[in-house]
Ligand binder design. Sequence first.
Ligand SMILES: Cc1cc2nc3c(=O)[nH]c(=O)nc-3n(C[C@H](O)[C@H](O)[C@H](O)COP(=O)(O)OP(=O)(O)OC[C@H]3O[C@@H](n4cnc5c(N)ncnc54)[C@H](O)[C@@H]3O)c2cc1C
Length: 439
Amino acid sequence: MTLDITGRVLRPGDDGFDDACTGYQLALPHRPDLVVAAAGTADVVAAVRHAAEHGLPVAVQATGHGRAAPIEGGVLIHTGAMDEVQVDPATRTAWVGAGTRWEKVVAAAARHGLAPPSGSSPHVGAVGYTLGGGLGLLARRRGYAADHVREFELVTADARVHRLTPGAELFRALLGGGGNFGVVTGMRIGLLPITRVYGGGLYFPASARVLAAWRDWTAGVPDELTSTVGMVPMPDLPMVPEPLRGRHVVHIRVVFEGDAETGERLVAPLRAAGPVLLDTLGVLPYTETGTISGDPPFAHAYTGRSAMLADLGPGDVDTVYELAGPDAAVPCVVQVRHLGGALARPSAAVIGHRDARYALHVLSALDDADPGKIAEAHRGLIEALHPMGTFLNFHYGPATDEQVRAAFAPDVYADLARLKARHDPDTRFHAGFTIPPAV
Ligand SMILES: Cc1cc2nc3c(=O)[nH]c(=O)nc-3n(C[C@H](O)[C@H](O)[C@H](O)COP(=O)(O)OP(=O)(O)OC[C@H]3O[C@@H](n4cnc5c(N)ncnc54)[C@H](O)[C@@H]3O)c2cc1C
């Protein structure tokens, strides 16, 4: 079986095959019959046509940060080499290839005094992130990344190439509908006139009191300020700053689109919330915002779940501390992001739960505990918080139909299922978070 492509075709045993099937997430690697390491749109078309002719399933992977479920057999289209970025300063947009990581877009945009709506980790793929909605560093002021997309290029299951712009049904479906409708080969996304922010992190010894102080503080901050609270068992490793090494910490991450003086005034109550172990707040170029969250840069095996929350009451804060803190049944990293502001405004995107005030996700490294115990602990936490639904970008690992459905408003989900029936009736695309075609 030969494929006429410019990129590479890899089969089990070939150099690079295993890396293409794992990437950042080492758990549940893809197990395709062949990997097409695509060099461009023509390769993607050839791979999808090949899959259609042979009745094979197709999965897409850029970096592996968000692989939900592995494909068994079939074709894995690896987009890592399609990592072009072209910034157009006149329209304040960038054309971003399917496999481009945010760090490359951030660097290219910064040369023109601009910044993309990127998230906590610069290593995440811009397209995969945006297809899942994309909850970024400045989200409360600027909305979801999906709200900034101007154009997609998409290869559908019939191997046709579509240029999609606002107004097209499929365009809208890609603004949060994930990889259900085809392979996005590139997107044009709006850039923001931002070069610097006031931000960084405050670390405290883990305590429910600091979590509660953050929650209370979020009630009074302007939309220009986006923040997250994390509770993290820090490893006892030399790469971890000494005051944090081996400690269970609460980590408050702040990004403020405003001047340092106002930023300092806004964070003053947080600094008083407890004994500060480390304070990294200050003015920093947007190109350094990837340091704020401190997401692990190395590949590992992890699993996690998400919850969109209508609110986070005092009892909920205690629940988070009890079920995901130092005394949790299994080691957990938990994050709660403050929503609202521009995130709450209606837009064309299909992302659900715009009225959620907080998004939580809990994750655990799979080598830290028995997977069954981890799943039970995560389920216990999520159920105790009575979520409105899910946010699939923060769901790490296989999802049930119910969890996928819970990411969308019911009428939106029904529209997406109808579009799935029209454009991918045989569920050729193994999207991980699969929306079944409407019958
Ligand atoms: C450390 C870390 C930090 C993160 N921070 C944030 C954050 O701040 N905000 C946020 O919203 N999310 C965040 N995420 C979640 C991340 O956005 C999702 O996991 C996203 O799916 C990753 O995309 P990827 O291309 O890097 O990953 P991949 O695993 O390569 O892709 C994930 C899925 O996206 C789909 N996909 C990817 N590319 C294409 C394509 N070209 N065409 C069609 N489908 C495609 C496929 O279904 C694929 O299975 C984070 C994840 C991690 C692990």
